[in-house]
Design a protein around this ligand. Structure first.
Ligand code: ATP
Ligand code: MG
Length: 247
């Protein structure tokens, strides 16, 4: 059975896209069939995986302008491209009945061919993110361990409770994990401890260290396992993939 996982945090720049790309690549290398979906109008996931010219994207498919198209990226890994036009999704679909379930309907026929569908959410809790929450089995929340990190987290958890009540009763928070972690910085260590104390069941053991190669890889359209297989980033995302597989 396939599992839909959304990477989400309304806070920007915390590692949602980096995690979607590299966890997807890690799962694909472990032999799972993985479909990635770029739901962010910034299209960082699409361009970071080397897809510069995607004629068919998730926005056009959601508007039923054409059939959904998944572009092959590597063995076991495919991508439904994003589009800058996603920024007008809310305006266009704002008063349509069942507007929260458009992504669910779109993905439904693809599920039998995938083990995992990973959704890269935008840094906002608008209609696109609601569509992701409405169809996901689990949410994973990347967090940068720094002051105010928990503000974004609490907003996401509030939203999850509302979504569970109204749209998707089986939605769970799969876990929270720290990205861009620098164990030498005391403040970061302390923030991580505070979050761990507050949400002991949700914080994962794996953390992703600040790694230069993780920032470089998308500029070459590569994942971390291809670009720098012996880097700290590859090691950390490798562990995180294993941990996600056991949850
Ligand atoms: N562990 C890391 N070490 C070093 N750089 C990182 C790491 N994780 C992410 N980055 C870099 O930080 C920036 C933000 O990361 P990313 O794009 O994954 O965040 P995001 O949450 O998707 O952002 P947005 O909210 O804008 O979509 C990117 O330039 C990325 O390459
Ligand atoms: Mg992003």
């Amino acid at each position: 059975m396939s599992k839909i996982i959304a990477f989400t945090n309304q806070k920007g720049g915390v590692g949602k896209t980096t995690s979607t790309a590299n966890i997807g690549a890690g799962l694909a290398r472990a032999g799972y069939k993985v479909l990635l979906v770029d739901l962010d109008p910034q299209i960082n996931l699409t361009s970071g995986l080397g897809l510069t010219e995607a004629e068919f994207n998730v926005y056009g498919a959601l508007l039923q302008e054409y059939k959904v198209k998944a572009y092959p990226i590597q063995d076991n890994l495919a991508l439904i491209a994003g589009s800058p036009a996603l920024s007008s999704f809310e305006k266009v679909k704002g008063d349509e009945l069942d507007r929260e379930f458009l992504l669910k309907d779109l993905l439904e026929p693809l599920l039998e061919r995938c083990d995992y569908v990973l959704l890269d959410c935008p840094p906002a809790l608008g209609l696109i993110t609601l569509n992701a929450y409405a169809c996901a089995n689990a949410l994973y929340i990347p967090l940068e361990a720094q002051l105010y990190a928990t503000d974004g987290l609490e907003k996401v958890l509030e939203m999850v409770t509302r979504v569970q009540r109204r749209l998707n009763p089986t939605l769970v928070v799969g876990g929270i994990f720290f990205t861009r972690f620098d164990p030498r910085k005391v403040l970061r260590r302390e923030t991580a401890e505070v979050v761990r104390d507050k949400y002991p069941d949700l914080v994962l053991t794996s953390t992703i260290r600040e790694t230069i190669a993780l920032g470089e890889a998308p500029h070459l359209g590569q994942d971390i396992f291809t670009y720098a297989p012996t880097s700290a980033g590859a090691m950390d995302y490798g562990h995180l993939v294993q941990e996600i597989l056991t949850r």
